[in-house]
Design a protein around this ligand. Sequence first.
Ligand SMILES: Cc1cc2nc3c(=O)[nH]c(=O)nc-3n(C[C@H](O)[C@H](O)[C@H](O)COP(=O)(O)O)c2cc1C
Length: 363
Amino acid sequence: MWIKSYQFTYQRLVRPLIFGLMDAQTAHERILSFLARADQRDWVQHAAQALYRRMAPIEPMQVGGVSLDFPLILAAGFVKGQGFATEDEAIQTVERGENIIPGWRTMPNIVGAVEFGSFTRYPRLGNAGQVIWRDTATHSTQNRVGLKNPGARAVAQFLAKHPPKKPFGINLAVSPQVTVPDQEEAELVESLQLFLDTGVLPDWFTLNLSCPNTEDDPRGHQTEEKARRLCRTLLEHLDAIPLWVKISPCLSAEQYAKLIGAFAAEGVRAVIATNTLPQPTPNDAQVTGGVGGGRLHTAALDATRHLMAARREQGYLVDVIGCGGVLDAPSYQDFRDLGVQVVQYWSALVYQGLWAYAVILRK
Ligand SMILES: Cc1cc2nc3c(=O)[nH]c(=O)nc-3n(C[C@H](O)[C@H](O)[C@H](O)COP(=O)(O)O)c2cc1C
């Protein structure tokens, strides 16, 4: 009843109003500034928690070594913080007591499990200009945010002062300009260590092997050799916290089989399939941006199918977490039909609102 009323109100009133009044990027910025204010209000947190218990059928379950209340996780890229030009500036902002990660408190109270990040070792301002679009006809989003984030040191300091509600994950990425193997490993280990040393112990870390909106070719970079090397390096520094890896859509069946084989051999607990699909952006066909939502769904299902086939054939113990165009119950069911239990979502927030998980889980 609650969920039906929510769905009706969001789809018939709130969504047309937001879409009519502002573009995707403005809407995203407004929601983040609302969340930054909400993070400071105890009454908002109490209200969010009370609604959480009503909106979600709590069915405790496990994926990738993590316990969840239900099988949906908010994907990386929503709760990831502001961009900064320098580490000093980011740290001074934390020291002044400002909120550099809008939603750090409110989103876990609203949606449950959240993957924070992606975070790189050093802060990034991300790409300038318009970087987020929506394609309403296909219920898709597109972005070229460009890994905007405060950098691992400032994030670790901030989260040490403001521990998020569990379960939460931290998604780590190598800076796009870093391509030398030793440097890639050094960046990841430094980032990881900054979290561990400040006592920020998430329920899982995710290695983001796929950064499609930074003008890199995501496919060329997700080799078996690189996956093994980076996972091994991270796992040497992780005792009890599970490691997950996030990969791209549109790799070959053989490549998915090799990657999941590498993850199984190294002790990775889950693979997230997938990140966004690189396509030309609406206002400049020469520039690519990552597509999520409806237009990603088939490619994400294909990736999942290949991973699940290799997992079954080889008896790998790596869990596969679906991600891509989970917008409602049928699109969630598409992943379940492949044997996947848990999915992540991002674009559903745009098309179904903050309580998208309740709509997706609605029978
Ligand atoms: C604006 C935006 C920013 C994103 N940033 C990140 C990121 O920093 N790291 C990451 O791993 N994925 C990022 N993603 C990808 C999502 O986590 C997710 O993989 C993708 O949107 C597919 O899910 P969906 O179809 O439910 O949107 C971002 C997505 C959007 C729309």
